[in-house]
Design a protein around this ligand. Structure first.
Ligand SMILES: C[S@@+](CC[C@H](N)C(=O)[O-])C[C@H]1O[C@@H](n2cnc3c(N)ncnc32)[C@H](O)[C@@H]1O
Length: 208
């Protein structure tokens, strides 16, 4: 398990962005202008740089990774590309995601859930995601198909869509749909229907 910034975190330096069909991915994600997007374990931020462009200056992109070098590279590219809506942080997602409660419209975890399972921190990360997602927020997960690689992690640690669904159901996530994003990866969507968050939303609507 990775617990500090001195060791290289699991999967540091790897990205699935060059393996996926980028056009199909963003078509499926269907990001709207002005929303709040969170990329958990963003690496160098390939996914969130493009998201920043789509969401525009009225939206916010939060990017979190434990790998300091990746976050520094993302910050440098954000400056170069004038992507002023990106806020990037070095943080252990299993401990704390530095984002307020219930502000995120869309949360992405790209090819990292299997690492969190291996590191035995998936429960802590999912608890944090439930905390920061809006009551009707969307969780998008990219994982490697459960087929022999390379590319990708060993077969025995890959997660099938059914395994991801079973893992997320206890956190109140309801499966929305499954999409093809290239020969090696799939994209699966979940709606946050956690009863605690739905209750908060009803209270907010009544009070305000
Ligand atoms: C396979 S890479 C995926 C990077 C990115 N999502 C992409 O596909 O371009 C996994 C990422 O998870 C990060 N990571 C591993 N453990 C983490 C943790 N506990 N908290 C935050 N990030 C973590 C690694 O540093 C690495 O950048």
């Amino acid at each position: 398990m990775v617990t500090n910034n001195h060791r290289k975190p699991t999967g540091a330096g790897k990205s699935s962005f060059d393996l996926i069909d980028v056009e199909a991915f963003y078509r499926e994600l269907d990001l709207k202008k002005g929303i709040t997007f969170l990329d958990v374990a963003c690496g160098r931020g390939a996914y969130c740089l493009k998201a920043s462009e789509i969401i525009g200056s009225t939206g916010t992109v939060y990017a979190v990774d434990l790998w300091q070098e990746g976050i520094e590279q993302l910050k440098a590219r954000a400056v170069e590309e004038n992507a002023l809506n990106i806020e990037a942080f070095v943080s252990d997602a299993g401990r704390h995601i530095p984002v307020d409660d219930q502000v995120v419209d869309v949360c992405l975890m790209a090819t990292v859930l299997h690492d969190f399972v291996e590191d035995q921190i998936s429960k802590e990360v999912l608890d944090e995601i439930v905390r920061v997602l809006k009551a009707d927020g969307l969780l998008a997960i990219v994982e490697f198909k459960k087929i022999d690689g390379p590319p990708g992690p060993p077969l025995h640690i890959r997660l099938s869509p059914e395994e991801v669904d079973d893992m997320l159901a206890p956190y109140g996530f309801a499966k929305e749909h499954l999409a093809e994003v290239g020969p090696f990866n799939y994209l699966i969507f979940f709606k946050n229907s956690n009863p605690v968050n739905l209750k908060r939303r009803i209270i907010n609507e009544v009070v305000f």
